[in-house]
Design a protein around this ligand. Structure first.
Ligand code: ZN
Ligand code: ZN
Ligand code: ZN
Ligand code: ZN
Length: 321
């Protein structure tokens, strides 16, 4: 006869998602057009890349190309808030999102995408838990477990297709929770926790010997996140499930950096450049730093399949990266 005794040994990995977890991250400041004066001693006149006429006097350098100021203003990126051409200090996120720095600083920021809620993002919606969402994010907010479940199938499929990890037959419970419950359950100090995974395994005693019982895995996702962000969070958390089964004792930068990489790769494949850019520029040393170090480690490797095999044995990222 078998006696089963639950030891209550709990192996709980609390793996909260870091990327874009807080609202105070400022996208890159960069790509400022500079106004310069042409140097008359330089041989040959410099043609404007827009009108192809030579430039006399002052010119604008933008993306390392030279323009007449009027020509630049015709092709200049426009501010996502006031819609006017950007000349002077700019704040940008990826290729598509450009703002005058003063406009950017004045507008409330979306807690999901971190962009200003004003202007092209369609205004602000205040959620009952204190979060602020832009119109774009609120437009695809996932509020029911049913909707989340269908996205979970998509996330499992994307993980299989893009990262060669098939978890479709692993029993995983999916839960949606509000902001306060997420923070409490994850026990992680962040203003907003978007996702985390709990993997528990209890030892069982069979005939006087202890055996490891099966994993009980739960993925928690924050309620009301926009659709594509939810898929990203799910891919990240599913990558943690793979880690639990294959390499459960990695350093936080390797664990989070590689999970962020999986998330980033799926988001890129789905053409979700905004959500991918947020991972690329995440200033957090574990999440963003881990992602960048993981990516440069990966570039030295020949293929994803080989990298995945190495990842099983790795405890940390190489220090030289
Ligand atoms: Zn994580
Ligand atoms: Zn010109
Ligand atoms: Zn503006
Ligand atoms: Zn948003």
């Amino acid at each position: 006869m078998r006696t089963l005794r639950e030891l209550g040994v709990l192996f709980a990995l609390l793996l909260p998602l870091g990327a874009c977890q807080s609202s105070d991250k400022v996208p890159d400041k960069g790509k400022r057009p500079e106004l310069k004066s042409s140097n008359p001693t330089v041989r040959g006149r410099r043609p404007c890349v827009h009108c192809h006429q030579n430039i006399d006097g002052s010119y604008v350098v933008y993306n390392k190309k030279q323009f007449h100021k009027e020509c630049y203003l015709r092709v200049a990126p426009r501010c996502g808030i006031c819609q006017r051409s950007i000349f002077g200090s700019a704040t940008t996120l990826g290729e598509r999102y450009n703002y005058h720095t003063p406009c950017f600083s004045r507008s409330p920021r979306c807690d999901a995408c971190s962009l200003p809620t004003e202007g092209s993002r369609g205004g602000v919606t205040k959620l009952s838990d204190g979060r602020k969402h832009c119109g774009e994010c609120q437009g695809t907010a996932i509020n029911t477990l049913n909707d989340a479940r269908s996205l979970f199938s998509t996330a499992l499929l994307e993980l299989h297709r893009n990262l060669d990890i098939d978890l479709r037959s692993v029993p995983i419970e999916l839960k949606l929770a509000d902001r306060a419950s997420m923070s409490k359950l994850a026990d992680f100090k962040a203003p907003i926790v978007k996702g985390f995974t709990v993997a528990e395994r209890k030892d069982v005693k069979i005939g006087g010997r202890f055996y490891q019982g099966p994993w009980k895995i739960t993925i928690w996702v924050l309620k009301s996140l926009p659709r594509e962000a939810v898929i990203g969070v799910m891919v990240h958390e599913l990558f943690h499930v793979w880690q639990v089964q294959n390499c459960p004792t990695q350093s936080p930068p390797l664990r989070e950096g590689s999970a962020n990489y999986a998330q980033w790769r799926v988001l890129k494949k789905r053409q979700q450049m905004l959500w991918a850019a947020l991972i690329e520029m995440d200033p957090d040393p574990v999440y963003g730093g881990g992602f960048r170090r993981f990516q440069s480690w990966l570039q030295k490797d020949e293929a994803w399949g080989a990298a995945l095999a190495k990842l099983r044995q790795m405890k940390d990222l190489p220090a030289s990266n």
